[in-house]
Ligand binder design. Structure first.
Ligand code: IVH
Length: 669
């Protein structure tokens, strides 16, 4: 097809596909078969690879399906994904080298040495340079088809770059590791805790959990990254050395770890292992060792596999930061949403340089699975940035005097019955009036990111509740001075200050108010989105699941939780009380809502704090738009690290170029 016809066909195809998306996703009434739909999509994808245009960023090819799948389809890897044999010492590394030189009858053997990323392995299929399908490793033969989710990883190329040195093969399986960096991981965990959700135990679990979301919209919000380190079957190109494969991958535009080196002998490998071990704490992501691979592909072939691992590769593992200690007690904490979390109270012990005395036991199933008892000596481990966890019980230390733990049948705070809902691992206190929950709820309501009521921290919230002056956040607005003066440690001045702060909070920004309500799954970011879209509490309270899920980023689970919150009689009464008290959330038109109204953005290079998808959503939510190429109409070019030619074009056209930091300021991050 020539350029002129393509320019006509591309917008036409986009319109047709968007129409079918609406029929399928929103009206649940598809008109065409999946095969026909895939054909249209493929045609558009192919034309877009040949003729990129300014509207590419908003094309349906760049969008992920709006509706969650009920389960993942299974995927048979064209070539099996093997695992790696492990080594834990230099002796074992030397043995490996001797073994391979003996078996391959080579005096000298050179290697490629790579960091061993701690994430999850994926297999990506590219046909004629187009990303077709991607799957998790699974059992090595069959994995789960997570194509839609992989497409949300901004560093993953949807098309391979065509370069002269390495022709794009007609078929290739590219292998790599999906991972999450430490910093975005802790941010994600904080957000989850704020939203009353279980935090992930470590970045690896977070990466795996995020990639295996049935709703790709959720994956799109997770800060996932990928490094590619190998290939499976390939047609249309051949290689002689593993190093060459890595260079080809990088040339085609795949992210390849810059820490990978060639090592001329095993001594160089051992010093690489030591070097990587020494910089390990400074890396932004977690690694659990290094991988050594025989460089020569003919030698790899000769060596072959033993059971499910290649003889030509070795994972050299770092020792984990672990320690032994004794569990003195297991206590149960009640969170804002009523979740009961068992926590081990231990003899303080140093784990990899940090003193720890508590470790999460997650939930009852976890305790039963590991058979953890009070009095047990256990191995604990710190993984990443989180509270330590109990790895295993040292059974030979059992004396017989250990006590088994049972989840209480009644809430330790309010005595109400504890339930375990179908399909949940957590036990919950479902008493909406549970003091632990209410106190937590009021503290959350007045906290800085929410209503920001000065002087109303954890202690005062609990004091007001215990004195029976308040029972929910709306009661705060009916407090009288003489009631407060009767409380311990409250004098005229502090009481007046508190009342003033409460009074001032009566006109909160709408998003802060929504966040303050403590609706499950609704954190600061979702609250902003809801405020921007609905504009008033009344509108939000009337929205149904369908309307909510039409919003970018809101999946069925969040939508359901919002609808349930406002359907709850008790919550409706509290909302009515807020109204009577004169609490009137404000919508800021000028600054936070449509700050980017009419502004167009082009991104170049890599941003540190977020991926392209996240930036796109952010800009769109604030009224702006994103384009793929720079024109005189572009408002800003945001330059990350290693910006491309768009930067030069922006400068030539006199378009404003801003840094990532300036961009974050602009969007109020
Ligand atoms: S090579 C046959 N290279 O380690 C080769 N694996 O048991 C098999 N991993 O989960 C994999 N970094 O995803 C290879 N540079 C690297 C790696 C790596 C991490 C993971 C891999 C799999 C496990 C292998």
């Amino acid at each position: 097809m020539d350029k002129d016809s393509a320019e006509k066909r591309i917008p036409e195809l986009r319109k047709i596909i968007e129409y079918h998306n609406r029929r399928y996703y929103q009206q649940d009434a598809p008109e065409i078969s999946d095969v026909e739909y895939d054909r249209l999509m493929r045609e558009l994808q192919e034309l877009e690879t040949l003729y990129r245009d300014d509207e590419l960023a908003t094309s349906p090819t760049q969008r992920v399906g709006a509706v969650p799948l009920s389960r993942f389809a299974s995927f048979n890897h064209p070539q099996a994904m093997l695992s790696l044999a492990n080594a834990f010492s230099s002796e074992e590394i030397l043995d490996f080298d001797q073994r391979i030189r003996r078996l391959s009858k080579m005096d000298k053997m050179d290697y490629v040495a790579e960091p061993k990323l701690d994430g999850l392995a994926v297999n990506l299929i590219y046909e004629n340079g187009l990303f077709i399908r991607g799957a998790t490793r699974g059992d090595g033969t069959t994995g789960e088809d997570v194509t839609q989710n992989l497409k949300t990883i901004s560093s993953l190329p949807l098309t391979m770059k065509r370069m002269v040195q390495y022709p794009v093969p007609e078929f290739i399986e590219v292998r790599g590791e999906v991972y999450m960096e430490r910093q975005p991981f802790s941010k994600l965990n904080h957000r989850r805790e704020e939203e009353g959700e279980e935090p992930f135990a470590n970045p690896r679990n977070a990466a795996a959990g995020s990639l295996r979301q049935l709703d790709p919209k959720i994956t799109a919000r997770r800060p996932l990254n990928i490094f590619l380190y190998g290939i499976g079957s390939v047609r249309g190109i051949s290689f002689n050395r593993h190093w060459e494969i890595l260079q080809a991958l990088a040339t085609w535009g795949f992210p390849v770890s810059p820490l990978i080196v060639q090592a001329s002998d095993i001594a160089a490998c051992i010093s690489y292992f030591e070097y990587i071990g020494s910089i390990r704490p400074d890396l932004p992501y977690e690694i659990d060792g290094v991988v050594l691979k025989v460089n020569d592909l003919v030698a790899q072939e000769i060596l072959g596999n033993v059971s499910r691992s290649p003889r030509w590769a070795l994972a050299c593992k770092f020792p984990a930061a672990q320690a032994n200690t004794v569990i003195k007690d297991i206590i149960v904490q009640v969170g804002r949403t009523g979740t009961l979390t068992p926590v081990a109270v231990m003899e303080p012990v140093n784990v990899g340089g940090v003193m720890v005395s508590r470790a999460t036991l997650h939930n009852e199933d976890e305790i039963l699975k590991k058979d953890v008892r009070i009095g047990d000596t256990v191995v604990i481990q710190r993984a990443g940035d989180v509270i330590p966890e109990v790895v295993q019980v040292i059974l030979i230390k059992r004396t017989g005097r250990e006590k088994e733990f049972r989840m209480p049948h009644r809430c330790p705070e309010c005595g109400s019955e504890i339930v375990r809902l179908d399909g949940e691992v957590a036990h919950r206190c479902v008493n909406l009036s549970c003091p632990a929950q209410i106190k937590e709820h009021i503290r959350h309501f007045s906290s800085r990111g929410a209503m920001d009521i000065e002087g109303l921290g954890e202690k005062v919230s609990a004091q007001l509740f215990d004195a029976k002056l308040i029972n929910d956040p709306a009661d705060l607005y009916f407090l009288a001075k003489n009631q407060l003066l009767k409380l311990d440690r409250q004098a005229e001045k502090s009481v007046q200050k508190l009342l003033d702060a409460i009074e001032r909070s009566k006109t909160p920004p709408l998003d802060k108010f929504i966040f303050a309500l403590g609706i499950r799954h609704v954190g600061e970011r979702t609250a902003k989105l809801l405020a921007g879209h609905f504009g008033s509490m009344e509108n939000l309270m009337q929205a149904d699941v369908t309307e909510l899920t039409l919003l970018n980023e809101i999946g069925p689970e969040i939508a359901q939780s919002i609808v349930e919150f406002f359907a709850e009689d008790k919550n409706r009464k509290v909302m009515e009380k807020f109204r009577r008290a004169g609490v009137s959330p404000q919508i800021k038109v000028s600054s936070s809502n449509a700050v980017l109204h009419g502004k167009s953005f082009v991104f170049t290079g890599t941003m540190e704090s977020m991926g392209r998808n996240e930036a796109k959503t952010l800009v769109e939510n604030l009224g702006g738009s994103i384009h793929s190429s720079v024109t005189s109409k572009t408002s800003y070019v945001v330059a990350g690290s290693e910006p491309g030619s768009k930067l030069d074009k922006a400068r030539a056209q006199g378009v404003s170029v801003i840094s990532e930091e300036e961009f974050l300021k602009l969007v109020d991050r």
